[in-house]
Write a protein that binds this ligand. Structure first.
Ligand code: AMP
Length: 602
C-alpha cells in the first residue's frame, strides 16, 4: 500500500497499486540496469547503501544534492558517474526523466579545474530549450562550486554578449550546434582547451539534420578528450558515430517504460474545446467494448463528463480525490468485473490502477507533462495485452506532441474525428454481432424458449405476419426509442478537421526543425531566391557559399539572405536585380571544388 500526497490536497492511499510490471518507477533501480561494464557491478551494492556518498563527491556537491532532496542516485547515475569520474568515454541509452543530466553533470563538475580560463566542457543539445534547461541544471548542481562558470550558447540570443561572457572565462558551455559552430569559427570559443564533449539527445540531433554540424564540431575537439553520447534510441547512425569518435566507451542502457508503450497504439485529435465532448462521445462509440479510462485535468471536469456520458446511456463512474478510499476500491472492482465500462479520473486518483480489461485510455485533457502521459497510457496494455490511447489536444497545445512522442519513443498518429458514416458502420457491425451471439447462445430456461416459440406461431397466425415481419418488429423493439443510425448534422466536423489536419507531422515538427522553406519567394521582398549546385553531399556550409558569392559579386556578406542547404543543392536569397555579368561570373565560381552553376529558383 502506497501513501501518496495528492496534488488535489488529499492524502490518498492508493491500495489498488499492485502492478507487477517492472518499470522505472516501481522497480528497484538495479532491476533497470540492463547492461553495464563489469567493474560497475561491484560498486552497485555499495552505492545502493550509501546513496551519493560512495562516489567520492566533494562536500560542496553532497550538500547541494542533499538540499535538492536527491537521496539515491538513479540507475543511469549509478552506472555512469563512476565511469565519467574516471574520465572514460561513454555511450548511454537513456530517456529524459531518468536523471541523465545529473549523470553527466555531477561527475563533470567535480572534474573541472577552476583555474583554467578557457572552456573545459562542451555539451551539445538539439534545441535551445534543452540547452537552457541543461545549463540551468549545471548551475543548480554547481552551487557548491562557486568558481565554476556555465554558459548557454544558442541562436536567437545576443551574440556579442555571448562573446563578452566567453572572454571573461567560462568552464562549461551548453549549446546548440549552429551557435557553437559560429563561435568556434570566429575564434570566440577556444576549443583547444576542451577536455570533455557531451552529445545530449544524439538521436534527436540526427533527426533534426545536425549530423554534419556535429561531425564538424567533433573534428575540432582535441584528440585527448573525454566524449560522452546520450541518446534515447540507438539508431545505426549513432552507433557509427560512436565507433568513430568514442574510445573504448562504457555502454549503459536503461530500460524504460517505452517497452510497455510499444503495445499501445497511440493517436491524437487536435480539437477545439467547444467540440471536445461531442468528439469524446463519438470516439466512445467506436471503442471495442472493453473498459475505458478517461483522464481529465480537474475534479470538476470528471464530474461534468460523467454526467454527460451517463445522460448518453453510458455505464460510467468517477475516480477523483473527493471519492473516499473505500468507494474508490469498489469502483475499481466494478470496472474490473464489467459492472461499469467507463471511468472518468484525475491523474492522481488513477495512479497505479491495474485493470486488465482496459482497452482504451482517452486523454480528454492534455497531461501536465510527458511523465503523466506515460503513466496514463500505461493503464491500458496491461499484462502484455495491446491497448489504444487517444489524446485530445487543443490547437494551442499541438507543439507539445513532439515531447510526448519522445517520452514514449514512438510516433503518435493523427486520428480522424469519427464521422457519421464510420459510426454507423460500427453500429451496424455491432448490431449484427450481437444478433449472431443471441442466435447462437441459448439463454433463459427451456420453458421460456418454448413459450417464445409458441408466441411467434400465435402472432404469425393471428396477425397473418410473415417470419421476416416478426423479426423486423423484434429488431425495432431491441433498438428501442433511439435510432440505429446516427444522422445529426456533421458539417462542424469538416471545420474541426481543418485544425486536426494542421497537426500533421511535418507541421508540428517544423517548429523545432530547421525546415526548409522551398517557396520560390523569399520573405524579404527585396530579394530573389537562387539555386546553387552544391549541397550537404559536398559538405558545404553556409559560410562557404557566403564567402564565394561575396568575393565574386562584391556584395557585402550582410546583403546575402537566407541560405538553405539540401542534399545536392542549396537555395540562397540575393538582392533583386543582379547584373548579368555578375550573374554569369557566379555560375563559374567554385565552392567545395564544384561550380555553383547558379540559377533563379522558380
Ligand atoms: P533528467 O532525466 O535529467 O531530465 O532529470 C529528470 C528529473 O529528475 C529532474 O527534475 C531532476 O532534477 C530529477 N533528478 C535527477 N536525479 C535525481 C535523483 N538522484 N533523485 C531525485 N531526483 C533526481
Amino acid at each position: 500500500m502506497t501513501k501518496t500526497k495528492t496534488n488535489e490536497g488529499i492524502d490518498s492511499s492508493v491500495s489498488f497499486e499492485n502492478s507487477k510490471t517492472i518499470n522505472e518507477e516501481e522497480s528497484t533501480p538495479i532491476d533497470l540496469l540492463e547492461k553495464t561494464t563489469s567493474s560497475l557491478d561491484q560498486i552497485e551494492d555499495e552505492n545502493l547503501r550509501k546513496g551519493f556518498n560512495s562516489f567520492g563527491f566533494s562536500k560542496g556537491l553532497l550538500n547541494t544534492l542533499e538540499k535538492k532532496g536527491y537521496k539515491e542516485p538513479t540507475p543511469i547515475q549509478k552506472a555512469a558517474i563512476p565511469e565519467l569520474l574516471l574520465g572514460r568515454d561513454l555511450l548511454g541509452q537513456a530517456q529524459t526523466g531518468t536523471g541523465k543530466t545529473a549523470a553527466f553533470a555531477l561527475p563533470l563538475l567535480e572534474r573541472i579545474n577552476s583555474q583554467e580560463r578557457n572552456p573545459q566542457v562542451l555539451v551539445l543539445t538539439p534545441t535551445r530549450e534543452l540547452a537552457m534547461q541543461v545549463a540551468e541544471s549545471f548551475k543548480a548542481y554547481a552551487e557548491g562550486h562557486p568558481n565554476t562558470n556555465i554558459l548557454a550558447l544558442y541562436g536567437g540570443s545576443d551574440f556579442r554578449s555571448q562573446v563578452y561572457t566567453l572572454k571573461r572565462g567560462v568552464d562549461i558551455i551548453v549549446g546548440t550546434p549552429g551557435r557553437v559552430m559560429d563561435h568556434i569559427r570566429q575564434g570566440t570559443l577556444i576549443q583547444e582547451s576542451l577536455q570533455c564533449l557531451v552529445l545530449d539527445e544524439a538521436d534527436e540531433m540526427l533527426r533534426m539534420g545536425f549530423i554534419d554540424d556535429i561531425e564538424w564540431i567533433l573534428e575540432q575537439i582535441p584528440n585527448e578528450r573525454q566524449m560522452v553520447f546520450f541518446s534515447a534510441t540507438m539508431p545505426s547512425e549513432i552507433r557509427h558515430l560512436s565507433k568513430r569518435y568514442l574510445k573504448d566507451p562504457a555502454e549503459i542502457t536503461i530500460k524504460s517504460r517505452k517497452k510497455e508503450a510499444k503495445l499501445i497504439k497511440q493517436k491524437y485529435i487536435i480539437i477545439q474545446n467547444s467540440y471536445k465532448l461531442e468528439v469524446l462521445k463519438r470516439v466512445l462509440e467506436l471503442s471495442s467494448g472493453e473498459g475505458v479510462i478517461i483522464f481529465a485535468r480537474t475534479k470538476a471536469i470528471t464530474l461534468k463528463l460523467a454526467e454527460s456520458l451517463e445522460a448518453s446511456s453510458h455505464n460510467v463512474a468517477v475516480l477523483n480525490g473527493d471519492v473516499p478510499q473505500n468507494l474508490r476500491e469498489r469502483t475499481v472492482e466494478r470496472l474490473r468485473q464489467g459492472g461499469i465500462d467507463i471511468l472518468v479520473a484525475t491523474d492522481v486518483a488513477a495512479r497505479g490502477l491495474d485493470v486488465e480489461r482496459i482497452g482504451l485510455v482517452i486523454n480528454y485533457d492534455m497531461p501536465f507533462d510527458s511523465e503523466a502521459y506515460v503513466h496514463r497510457i500505461g493503464r491500458t496494455g496491461r499484462a502484455g495485452r495491446s491497448g489504444d490511447a487517444i489524446l485530445f489536444i487543443s490547437p494551442r497545445e499541438k507543439s507539445y506532441l513532439r515531447n510526448l512522442e519522445r517520452a514514449v519513443g514512438q510516433a503518435i498518429d493523427r486520428m480522424d474525428i469519427p464521422s457519421n458514416e464510420s459510426i454507423n458502420k460500427h453500429r451496424i457491425a455491432k448490431f449484427k454481432k450481437d444478433l449472431l451471439e443471441k442466435a447462437s447462445t441459448k439463454n433463459g430456461t427451456k420453458e421460456e424458449s418454448d413459450l417464445l416459440e409458441i408466441l411467434i406461431s400465435e402472432i404469425e397466425n393471428e396477425l397473418e405476419l410473415k417470419p421476416k415481419d416478426i423479426a423486423l418488429a423484434a429488431l425495432n423493439l431491441a433498438i428501442g426509442d433511439s435510432s440505429l443510425l446516427i444522422k445529426g448534422d456533421e458539417s462542424w466536423i469538416n471545420q474541426a478537421e481543418r485544425y486536426n489536419k494542421s497537426g500533421d507531422r511535418r507541421e508540428i515538427r517544423g517548429r523545432n526543425r530547421r525546415r526548409p522553406d522551398t517557396d520560390s519567394n523569399p520573405n524579404d521582398k527585396d530579394k530573389e531566391r537562387f539555386r546553387v549546385e552544391v549541397g550537404h553531399r559536398d559538405r558545404v556550409k553556409p559560410g562557404n557559399i557566403v564567402g564565394a558569392i561575396a568575393n565574386e559579386s562584391g556584395l557585402n556578406g550582410r546583403m546575402i539572405g537566407r541560405i538553405q542547404i539540401f542534399e545536392d543543392h542549396s537555395l540562397v536569397d540575393l538582392p533583386k536585380g543582379m547584373p548579368n555579368n555578375i550573374f554569369n561570373g557566379l555560375k563559374k565560381v567554385k565552392v567545395m571544388n564544384k561550380e555553383l552553376n547558379i540559377n533563379r529558383y522558380k
